[in-house]
Design a binder for this molecule. Structure first.
Ligand SMILES: C[S@@+](CC[C@H](N)C(=O)[O-])C[C@H]1O[C@@H](n2cnc3c(N)ncnc32)[C@H](O)[C@@H]1O
Length: 348
């Protein structure tokens, strides 16, 4: 999976235990990002709906959540991946903007990305393999980038992995059904239906995913946008339609309260950390319609991007390295008996 700010990788064992103890059959991952959490739900046999505004997140949820591995022709997919891996590189928009005018990838890999992405568009646009091939390309490109894990800057000197050769792998599809929805959580919530369990992992602060992962947006949309700034961000990073109510201290409380109020769900799990703008009290109040609310605390290692900082074009450090430890919290709201059983499962 790709490197991702706020990814719940370290919390997965805890979340898996909680999900299993919930005995939920229908679940929602409302800010699904990499789809790591939604995939864990699916592997527990749950019927999952995964929602996010990001185009690259939709690629992952179409691939890992919506597709059923038992119905897919994995041989056909492996052949397509093998043939894409044979393509010689060609210089195009991606090479020019992200490898020559910036240094996010080495030119040899930028050219391969250009070639592979063009053929996915020309040869697979109407194929069931379109999304899995895009997912494969995103994951392969992430393995040869030269960043700390966010795309607001690239490293001053090439990362070691950027010298590796781009190589697509066959994505590991999961058995079972699911639903992928690209859209805004506030707009989507009233139309999603009912769930046994919902997991909410909204952005924690002002850092916008659209700008932090602008290269993945462009690689998926393949629309050659105008760009600006040291990181050659898409021009529409500035537009209001790509801003999230969850990235502003002013609008976040109301946005989250609206989403929680609109959800038709029996058990709610919500992740936040000690950098987020909401207090325990505010979160508990938002969940007051549930019979009981518990908040669990976890000390987890902070995302590596903030430990080592990033550099801009002239090699100046961008942003201060943050604190090395942070506290993760999970709010669990639902029926008393269910919530107790889930919390108890963590100590067994
Ligand atoms: C903290 S990340 C989620 C990480 C995810 N749990 C994982 O493990 O990969 C927050 C996600 O919310 C998405 N997002 C931001 N604003 C949104 C909105 N208004 N509606 C839906 N998704 C949104 C971002 O694109 C990002 O993927």
């Amino acid at each position: 999976m790709i490197k991702y700010l706020g990814s719940k990788r370290a919390l997965m064992p805890v979340l898996e235990t909680l999900f299993a103890a919930s005995q939920a059959r229908t679940t929602l991952d409302l800010f699904t990002g990499t789809t790591r959490v939604a995939a864990a739900m699916k592997q527990l046999g749950m019927q999952v709906t995964a929602v996010d505004t990001a185009s690259y997140s939709e690629v992952f949820s179409k691939t890992f959540i919506e597709l059923d591995a038992t119905r897919a022709d994995l041989r056909e997919l492996a052949d397509a991946v093998a043939s894409l891996n044979q393509l010689p590189g060609t210089s195009g928009y991606f090479t020019e903007v992200f490898c020559q005018k910036a240094r996010f990838f080495q030119v040899k890999n930028g050219q391969r990305i250009d070639a592979v992405r063009s053929v996915i568009e020309s040869d697979y646009k109407n194929s069931w393999m379109y999304f899995p091939l895009l997912a494969s390309l995103l994951i392969a490109a992430d393995k040869v980038d030269s960043t700390t894990g966010v795309q607001m800057a690239y490293l001053k000197t090439w990362s070691r992995r950027s010298s590796l050769e781009l190589e697509l792998q066959v994505p590991e599809l999961l058995a079972g059904g699911g639903r992928s929805i690209r859209g805004d959580a506030i707009e989507q919530t009233p139309n999603l239906g009912s769930f046994d369990l919902a997991y909410l992992d909204p952005p924690y602060n002002q850092h916008r995913y659209f700008g932090n992962y602008h290269i993945w947006e462009t690689l998926v949309r393949w629309d050659q946008p105008e760009y600006y700034g040291i990181a050659n961000k898409r021009i529409d990073t500035r537009s209001n339609e790509n801003k999230s109510a969850f990235n502003s201290k002013l609008t976040l409380p109301n946005a989250l309260a609206t989403v929680i109020a609109g959800l038709d769900v029996k058990t709610l799990l919500l992740s936040y950390n000690n950098e987020s703008w909401l207090s325990r009290r505010e979160l508990t109040d938002m969940c007051s319609r549930f019979e009981t609310v518990e908040i669990l605390d976890f000390d987890s290692k902070r995302y590596v991007g903030s430990q080592i900082g990033g550099y801009n074009k002239s090699g100046r450090l961008v942003g201060k390295p943050g604190a090395h430890r942070n506290l993760e919290h999970i709010v669990i709201a639902g029926q008393q008996q269910k919530v107790s059983a889930m919390v108890k499962a963590l100590t067994q």
